[in-house]
Design a protein around this ligand. Structure first.
Ligand SMILES: [Zn+2]
Ligand SMILES: [Zn+2]
Length: 343
């Protein structure tokens, strides 16, 4: 009898066994869940004098070693699945650089945000199951944008019964598998699996998904139909930002042929001064499409992104997606105290 009872509680309380993400507190007082390379390059920028060239290739390995950053670093990828906030989980990815989220919307089902590459679909669905929900309960797939590394698995999730949602300006790319999805830039990917879009999203829309309310904010620039999603959880504002805002000056890749830097800046200004019911909103958590996750003070990341894009546009400089080797970044970081790792 005891064993049977134990088995039942094991099945019904599956989600309770999912570990929570483990943030570190930075020298800025921000709680951040790091992947290894973000932590290493950030710490290196604090230690390597600005006048020394930023190391490349094998030299980078040696530099990390020299400053004691090669070992005793955070895991390569943030372990999945993990719980981020009440009803919000990280369900991928540990093999590719993208981040996939699940929002538990109660008895009606769950939403998956950015299911990424087709190759990861099975693992993502298995992680949803580890969080205590079946793959049949994945009712909605929300895409921050149409790029191959965010939306390629849409067709697999639709086959499994999910409704696919993409902003109207990126929807054709997903339905027709056009070059806006940037599939042709990924080695080994010769086409984008076309997928019918069930719901074309628009700015300001409020999605009522089960017991959750999700706000759609159109933030074009990285792609024409890039959006950010806002959810409130535990009294805090969560920003699912795709490739529009990433942690600590990392930006969207604007080298893609459908990027628009002026629209990008306007979108970042919109997020920075965002009001809700005419009250200014302060972003708490940043859940981006790649890299590290900010567990608080996400408004810092939004402001940094706006500042850097404005600065680059003013100076006629190229907008770089990875900031670590730039003078702008290194001058701000050099000499700062390290982020302490747990022993
Ligand atoms: Zn993208
Ligand atoms: Zn991306």
């Amino acid at each position: 009898m005891f064993l049977i009872a134990l088995g039942v509680s094991y099945l019904t309380s599956g989600a309770e066994r999912i570990p929570r993400v483990e943030p570190l507190v930075t020298e800025e007082g921000q709680a951040v869940v790091f992947d290894r390379i973000t932590w290493q390059l950030r710490e290196l920028a604090k230690k390597l004098p600005v006048e020394q060239a930023w190391p490349q290739g094998q030299e980078l390995e040696r530099a990390l070693d020299r400053f004691g950053l090669a070992s005793n670093a955070p895991p390569k990828a943030i372990p999945v699945p993990a719980q981020i906030a009440p009803d919000v989980y990280l369900v991928g990815q540990d093999r590719v650089s993208n981040l996939t989220y699940m929002v538990d919307c109660g008895p009606e089902g769950v939403a998956v945000i950015d299911p990424t590459y087709e190759s990861e679909a099975e693992r993502t669905m298995a992680n949803v199951e580890k969080c205590g929900r079946s793959r049949k309960e994945i009712k909605w797939v929300l895409n921050t944008h149409c790029h191959v590394d965010h939306a390629m698995a849409d067709s697999r999730f639709r086959e499994a019964g999910a409704e696919i949602m993409v902003h109207a300006e990126d929807a054709d790319a997903v339905e027709k598998g056009t070059r806006v999805t940037a599939y042709f830039l990924i080695e080994g990917v010769s086409s984008f699996p076309r997928c019918k879009v069930d719901r074309r999203l628009s700015d300001g829309e409020e999605l009522r998904l089960g017991n959750k309310l999700i706000h759609v904010i159109h933030t074009p620039g990285h792609t024409p139909g890039s959006v950010s999603f806002c959810i409130e959880a535990g009294g805090r504002k969560l920003l699912f930002s795709g490739d529009t805002v990433l942690y600590d000056y990392r930006l969207g890749w604007q080298g893609n042929p459908y990027a628009d830097n002026r629209r990008y800046l306007a979108s970042l200004q919109k997020l920075e001064s965002f009001t809700f019911d005419s009250t200014p909103l302060r972003w708490d958590l940043l859940l981006p499409g790649h890299g590290a996750i900010s567990m608080d003070k996400a408004y810092l990341d939004v402001s940094k992104a706006r500042e850097l894009v404005a600065d680059d546009l003013d100076g006629g400089r190229e907008i770089l997606s990875v900031p670590f080797s730039t003078r702008h970044y290194r001058e701000r970081m050099y000499g700062r105290p390290p982020v302490a790792l747990p022993r």
